[in-house]
Design a binder for this molecule. Structure first.
Ligand code: SF4
Length: 195
């Protein structure tokens, strides 16, 4: 089967994820937006298009799924139907999969990670965030410092310093709050909402 990659360059926000994961498929334009290598501009739709074979599909699919603004789509060449269906255009009532109402009962839902815990603090003057990792004996084991949440949480996962989904999600949230606080010059207090 053949497919077509369709890329809406106008709506690209230069998040660089597609080219970060697949530099062989994407380039960076002077304005920071992604360029679909070998793609052609469709003058009617103003979107870039590229016909691809089945064996090329996984890499383009990964690029599309990692794009935070869903500007990369893949359709079947023959039918024109999207094989991704990731555009967040449907209202929840129209979703054809279950929709769960998110809720959080209370701190009682929290379970301590047997691996230990983190304290997180941004240092705006150095443009660094430091995550201090304490082991199950409450002793400080490692300090991880980085410029943003993404590089710190990936280091935490690589070093296997979390062992529960809940803890991993919590640390990711707190790191992102710390990054926003640092960039926007806001005060950051772990576990409190941003001002
Ligand atoms: S991931 Fe999406 S938004 Fe980011 S550069 Fe690629 S196309 Fe643009």
């Amino acid at each position: 089967m053949e497919y077509k990659v369709i890329y809406e360059k106008n709506d690209c926000i230069s998040a660089n994820r597609c080219m970060g994961i697949h530099p062989e498929l994407w380039d960076k334009d002077q304005d920071g937006k992604a360029i679909l290598k070998k793609g052609n501009l469709n003058s009617q739709t103003k979107k870039y298009e590229l016909a691809i074979q089945e064996k090329e599909l996984p890499a383009y699919k990964e690029s599309a799924l990692i794009c935070p603004v869903f500007v990369i789509d893949i359709v079947e060449l023959e039918s024109g139907k999207s094989i991704l269906n990731i555009k967040p255009t449907k209202t929840p009532e129209k979703e054809d999969v279950p929709v769960l109402k998110a809720h959080y009962e209370s701190r009682k839902e929290w379970a301590m990670d047997p691996k230990g815990f983190f304290t997180i603090k941004p240092f705006p003057e150095e443009q660094l965030i430091r995550a201090r990792y304490y082991g199950e004996d409450y002793a400080l084991k490692i300090v991880i410092e980085g410029k943003n949440a993404e590089e710190i949480y990936n280091t935490i996962v690589r070093e296997k310093l979390v062992s529960t989904f809940q803890h991993a999600a919590y640390v990711g949230c707190e790191l992102m709050k710390a990054e926003i606080a640092m960039k926007k010059n806001l005060s950051y207090v772990q576990d409190d909402p941003l001002p």
